[in-house]
Design a protein around this ligand. Structure first.
Ligand code: HEM
Length: 85
């Protein structure tokens, strides 16, 4: 919420990172360099899961921090991001 905006979620008004309102509609992400597989869901979204696990490992220099998320948290976030159509 500090970094990302999501329309319809007043708490999410961050401007540091991209607006995630329609994230699930995007074919690519992270500056259009990574294929967006979020629609594959927690078991199939390898790229988005890897991004959430460690953004810098996937895109060196990315300004998104490693949030130290565990697998359950990543799965829950992928399921949520897949709803952002
Ligand atoms: C659980 C928390 C978070 C989730 C689920 C999340 C999710 C995402 C997603 C899906 C993207 C790709 C967006 C796109 O390219 O369309 C992204 C990018 C980004 N996020 Fe986050 N984010 C989180 C926390 C944060 C925090 C705390 C910050 C700031 C300190 C942040 C900063 C950024 C930045 C700067 C980018 C652009 C990176 C780039 O393209 O190089 N994010 N985030």
């Amino acid at each position: 919420m500090a970094c990302h905006a999501i329309n319809g979620n007043e708490a999410a008004a961050g401007r540091v990172g991209p607006d995630l309102t329609h994230f699930a509609e995007r074919a690519m992400f992270a500056g259009y360099i990574l294929p967006n597989d979020v629609e594959e869901g927690p078991d199939g979204a390898e790229t988005v899961s890897a991004w959430l696990a460690d953004p810098q490992a996937v895109k060196p220099g990315a300004q998104m921090p490693d949030l130290g998320l565990n697998d359950d948290q990543i799965d829950a976030l992928v399921a949520y991001l897949a709803t952002l159509k």
